[in-house]
Write a protein that binds this ligand. Structure first.
Ligand code: ATP
Ligand code: MG
Length: 333
């Protein structure tokens, strides 16, 4: 029997030789590298994410790999020869990149927010809830059809008796400071719970709605201090020309990043709302061509034709890049 020809659902340990020789490097990050690799037997591209530390990852991954849901990334197995995780390859990369390279139309923004809340709701519906603790736009991946899947869940843990400062530093070292709720900064924080992820989701919502980076240009210390004092990314950066339903999205977002973690609603409480909001833009009834055919459709329902538009260099120049923002403007509510 071939090594990959396993019983359904069985966790696989790939060998380097299971992949074609040409590995394409997709990204290099603090914790390792991501490659696009082709599995010889399956004739299909996969993503291979290496870890530079020998985490006690195998036992963890083998259990999270069993999770299957439309909005979470399928994990196919490990390649222990290179300490790597093998998962579905998402052709459109991360939402983080998409938000800077393309201008998203409101229906697509609402849909992505909703799909992320569905993925998170699924993880939190586990018993006990599976905490992500690393939810950010680079861990939301985008497929060929611009649907999202959440990745890198369940890899960060709060261990009993863990040094709390170390936990914080570990998160901050990943460049995650914007996504960490303020209660984590206190001297003796409680172990993180589901409300940690809800807070991170609030920041992700802001990024989707504004297509900007939170606290751009601010140092880690500034973010830490200001967020502890109740400041959050600036809501006025959400474009004025927005659908009226956006106000409800903003209110969910603010609730998600509330200072008081007990006031942050669980995903199960607001998935129905994000569902309703994402359905607002669905075309009512069957789609018929008007007498002008596609032209009519395009005028009435532009998102049917293009839900994302590549940002050109000229357009990019009007969006301030990292470091060019007025810090006060970013941090005031
Ligand atoms: P962290 O290690 O905290 O998750 P990160 O998400 O920034 O940090 P990686 O997980 O290594 O770093 O991912 C880096 C980039 O690699 C992502 O932003 C994305 O562009 C790309 N990437 C990761 N996984 C996949 C995948 N399954 N398919 C396609 N591209 C991927
Ligand atoms: Mg990641």
């Amino acid at each position: 029997m071939d090594r990959l020809d396993r019983a359904p659902g069985q966790f696989r340990n790939f060998q380097k030789d299971d992949f074609e020789a040409d590995w394409i490097k997709v990204a290099k990050c603090k914790s390792g590298e991501v490659y696009q690799v082709k599995v010889k037997l399956w004739r299909e591209n996969c993503a291979l994410k290496t870890f530079d530390t020998t985490l006690k990852i195998i036992e963890e991954v083998s259990s999270i790999a069993k999770l299957k849901f439309k909005y979470i990334i399928p994990i196919y197995g490990m390649c222990s020869e290179v300490t790597a995780l093998v998962m579905e390859y998402m052709s459109n990369g991360s939402l983080n990149n998409l938000l800077t390279s393309h201008s998203l139309m409101w229906p697509k923004k609402f849909q992505m927010i909703h799909e992320t809340s569905l993925g998170m709701n699924f993880l939190h519906s586990m018993k006990p809830p599976l905490l992500h603790l690393n939810l950010k736009t680079s861990n939301i991946l985008v497929d060929d059809h611009l649907h999202i899947k959440i990745s890198d869940f369940g890899l960060i843990h709060w261990e009993e008796g863990m040094n709390k400062t170390l936990f914080m530093e570990r998160l901050a070292a990943r460049g995650n400071i914007s996504y960490i709720p303020p209660e984590t900064f206190t001297h003796s924080p409680d172990p993180p719970g589901t409300t940690f992820d809800v807070y991170s989701f609030g920041i992700v919502m802001w990024e989707i709605l504004t297509q900007q980076k939170p606290y751009a240009g601010c140092s880690v210390t500034t973010v830490l201090l200001q967020v502890s004092q109740g400041k959050r990314p600036c809501v006025t950066m959400i474009p004025d020309q927005r659908p009226p339903e956006c106000e409800q999205m903003i209110s969910i977002m603010k609730q998600c990043w509330d200072d008081d973690h007990r006031k942050r609603s669980p995903f199960s409480d607001f998935v129905k709302q994000t569902e309703a909001l994402s359905e607002v833009f669905k075309v009512p009834g069957p789609i018929h061509s008007g007498k002008n055919g596609d032209a009519d459709q395009k005028a009435n329902y532009p998102w049917l034709f293009s839900s994302v538009k590549k940002i050109t260099n000229t357009e990019m120049s009007v969006c301030p890049s990292d470091g060019q923002y007025d810090k006060e403007a970013i941090l005031s509510m």
